[in-house]
Design a binder for this molecule. Structure first.
Ligand code: LLP
Length: 431
């Protein structure tokens, strides 16, 4: 955990700014991001892989706020997009299209046209049918489409089943055999310019080994097909882990140490698609306690104003996010692990921290050791910068939270809170 979020005199700060003061103006729930944390993580991954001079394409799905994309673009990042909407966002901030790669198993003809008209760098193609479609659409537009074949290497990334993508039963990518057939016949795709190979195994990945195993398979494959076609780019995807517990986890340099010798041997130019590593620990979700409730069986529920519609990761993946009061005399523990009492001085009680949505799965933390809080207190859900706001919804007709960016002592609202009017703005009125 970086020190961009830290406690000073029993109060949480983001960089030089008091979280309580931000909330006095912006209210809750609110996502708060640290600009310098984002930049630090970007530099860390760039430096770790510097030897290979990779094109780092930030994965827009992890956090698609325009200001954040602009910060990363200014720092030299390209973008990994998976929809017309994400492409629109990337183009909107003025990134050069030859820094945009486009993945996803179901790119529609419209999306392919949109990307071709804007001359994006490369499509990461996920099936033969998609390749045929891109070939046809490119022909219609008298263009040549640059593509990489996304290989499904059948490697277990040892992460959550719902976020594993590189096993043969997953919908992603093309198996080696079909990829070889495609490369054998590549001349028959007149409007395709095959430039690269892409692999993305899943997310988050806590060890370099799955990358190494996958890349060894890719190496063997390339030995075979290189005679038929020169592969210029190798895109190794995203997945690089962050710590959600405070424990130390593998760093980009650990991944680089094991990955780079193999990619070097392959001799292709490197593309990477990190998302979570750059923004995950650069953001928190701040919420206010609405009620405390002692339920039957001695269980205590802390009901707060952020819910599964704001941060769905705990409900969807049983994901563990550290949570701690914004103002508290109980020091935040260095490390917190699921179902374990953390080491700290001060009174803790076991609670479920839940939101107001009408679903039992609307839980931010289950069975958590937590300082005693009362209605009105603020709590911070850490490690929420990736797949937090981007996965939020209007379920229960809840307006989405605002997003705030902190740069030292400067605070900017980079997405205002939605209003009730926003909720119905594009609906037809049957009155
Ligand atoms: N490239 C591709 C092709 C991807 O599908 C993804 C993530 C990434 C890159 C970026 O992965 P990252 O570096 O952020 O780990 N909603 C889930 C994560 C889903 C990831 C989907 N693909 C979560 O909240 O954990």
């Amino acid at each position: 955990m970086s020190n961009f979020f830290h406690y000073k005199d029993n109060e949480l700060f983001c960089e030089d700014t008091s979280v309580k003061e931000i909330i006095q103006k912006e209210n809750t729930p609110a996502y708060i991001y640290s600009k310098n944390s984002i930049l630090k993580h970007f530099t860390e991954i760039k430096d770790a892989f510097a030897e290979a001079k990779p094109l780092i394409c930030f994965s827009v799905k992890s956090n698609s706020n325009l200001t954040i994309l602009k910060i990363l673009s200014d720092a030299g990042a390209g973008f990994d997009v998976v929809s017309g909407g994400e492409l629109y966002r990337a183009l909107k901030i003025g990134v050069h299209p030859d820094k945009i790669v486009f993945a996803g198993v179901g790119k529609t003809t419209e999306e392919i046209k949109y990307a071709l008209k804007n001359n994006i760098f490369m499509f990461n193609v996920e099936s033969k049918a998609e390749l045929e479609n891109i070939n046809t659409v490119a022909g219609d537009l008298s263009k040549k489409a640059r593509v990489a074949l996304r290989i499904n290497p059948d490697i277990d990334a040892r992460t959550h089943a719902k976020t594993t993508t590189g096993k043969k039963e997953n919908k992603f990518g093309i198996d080696f055999e079909t990829s070889e057939q495609i490369i054998n016949n590549i001349d028959s795709y007149k409007n395709i310019d095959l430039r690269g190979i892409h692999v993305h195994l899943g997310s988050p990945i806590y060890d370099p080994e799955p990358y190494v195993l996958a890349l060894k398979k890719v190496d063997e494959f390339l030995q075979k097909v290189r005679k038929l076609h020169k592969i210029e780019y190798l895109n190794i995807g995203g997945g690089y882990c962050i710590s959600y517990t405070g424990e130390s986890v593998k760093r980009p340099e650990d991944f680089a140490r094991d990955i780079l010798p193999i990619t070097k041997k392959l001799g292709a130019r490197l593309i990477m698609e990190p998302g979570r590593f750059i923004v995950g620990n650069a953001g928190i979700l701040v919420s206010r306690v609405t009620y405390s409730k002692a339920s039957i069986g001695g269980k205590k529920h802390v009901i707060c104003d952020a819910a599964m519609n704001d941060l769905i990761r705990p409900s969807l993946y049983d994901a563990f996010h550290r949570i701690w009061p914004v103002c508290t005399s109980v020091p935040r523990p260095e490390i917190e692990l699921p179902n374990q009492k953390p080491q700290t001085n001060g009174n803790l009680e076991i609670v479920d921290i839940v939101g107001p949505v009408c679903e039992s799965s609307d839980v931010l933390a289950k069975g958590r050791w937590f300082p005693v809080v009362k209605a009105g207190d603020l709590i911070a859900v850490f490690s929420s910068g990736a797949y937090g706001f981007t996965m939020s919804s209007n379920y229960n007709s809840r307006p989405r939270a605002c997003e705030i960016l902190v740069d030292g002592g400067t605070v900017s609202t980079i997405r205002r809170r939605e209003t009730y009017e926003d909720l119905i703005a594009i609906e037809k009125e049957y009155l």
